[in-house]
Design a protein around this ligand. Structure first.
Ligand code: FMN
Length: 337
């Protein structure tokens, strides 16, 4: 018998578990610290001029303009902060000699052109901040393809229903932020929540839980804190997916609750689409104050990791939504043969 094993057999199971827990505590600290360092090194923080980081900032600001362009109640001259951010990053992009063909840069030019064209089509003057900040890029914007960014106004695809293929559901789903007055049948939301339980989870531990909120005052209060739907009317139903940290066994599972919660959420978005409901995932990227307000409003226990809200309602007959173009397969795939 090794010294270690002899030592172990002399200890009571309670003591062994206490020792293990202490080691796990320290491991979480080590993994957490390693993760923190890697995140800080790589995230698209403001002074990081890496190509991937600048591209993330271009896409973020371009998307913000796309949302403004898609509003049914369009507000000419909107988006000062996003336009100035976008052009400031485009300047940095050029200084670093990054390629003009990169997805994020093409998106930036396309959304600026869409912004120009939307104002022209309404006979509205371009705001001064737009004209002055885009002068350097005027030629590139003129040559851009505005159809790949901005807003898409189209007849809503209805009645995919339970007979649609997986590809039908995935292709027709997009984030819907404006809803009709038709009341939502909660049974349909529950059916979607149940179908989404088919989502896989680590060792089948199923950490995701679904909150269905129909109280209009509570929805309003939650969305005021969440902040990602400001400028849109409140949805008739708001969902919150949380994930139970209490289902996680050891330090290597530090992020697993979030992964399983995300997997459940995507299954849920597909299932809502199959029910012909419009839905928009909404982030839970909160600072401490915001998070504690949300936790208080819903009386969530410490155990619950916030995954995402999902706004739900019936689709309008004609919807206007951001194009949200996707990268090509070549840009995301690596084959290891
Ligand atoms: C986790 C997550 C959080 C999101 N948060 C918001 C949000 O707060 N506000 C919003 O309008 N859209 C939000 N979205 C929707 C994205 O903007 C949208 O999914 C993306 O642009 C792709 O467009 P599509 O969903 O229409 O295909 C979120 C999406 C995800 C997956």
């Amino acid at each position: 018998m090794t010294v270690k094993n002899a030592f172990k057999s002399a200890m009571s199971p309670t003591l062994i578990n206490k020792a293990k827990t202490l080691r796990y505590d320290l491991d979480v600290l080590r993994y957490g610290l390693g993760f923190y360092r890697r995140f800080v090194r790589n995230a698209a923080f403001p002074s990081n001029n890496g190509q991937s980081q600048l591209e993330a900032r271009l896409i973020f600001n371009a998307h913000s303009l796309e949302k403004g362009l898609s509003h049914l109640d369009f507000r000419p001259g909107f988006g000062k902060k996003a336009v100035l951010n976008l052009t400031e990053i485009m300047n940095r992009w050029q200084k670093n000699g990054y390629p003009n063909e990169a997805f994020g840069y093409v998106e930036a030019l396309a959304v600026l052109k869409a912004y120009q064209q939307k104002h022209e089509s309404l006979n509205k003057p371009l705001p001064d901040f737009f004209v002055s900040s885009t002068t350097l890029f005027a030629e590139q914007i003129a040559a851009a393809d505005s159809s790949r960014a901005g807003a898409r106004r189209e007849a809503t695809q209805l009645h995919i229903g339970g007979n649609g293929s997986y590809a039908d559901v995935i292709t027709s789903r997009c984030s819907i932020r404006d809803y009709s007055d038709e009341p939502v049948n909660i049974d349909a939301v529950k059916r979607a929540g149940e179908l989404a339980l088919k989502a896989p989870s680590v060792c089948n531990r199923q950490p995701a839980r679904l909150h269905i909120i129909t109280n209009t005052a509570l929805i309003h209060e939650l969305l005021q804190v969440q902040g990602g739907m400001l400028g849109y009317a409140d949805p008739p139903v708001l969902l919150l997916v949380i994930s139970k940290m209490s289902t996680m066994l050891n330090p290597t599972e530090l992020h697993e609750a979030y992964i399983d919660g995300g997997v459940y959420s995507m299954a849920l978005l597909g299932a809502l689409e199959a029910e012909d409901l419009g839905a928009c995932p909404l982030n839970t990227m909160f600072g401490r104050k915001q998070e504690s307000k949300i936790r208080d409003l819903l009386q969530l226990p410490d155990d619950d990791a916030l995954i995402m809200f999902i706004a739900v309602g019936h689709k309008l007959k004609v919807d206007s939504h951001p194009v949200s173009r996707r990268k090509s397969l070549n840009e995301v795939i690596s084959v290891h043969s």
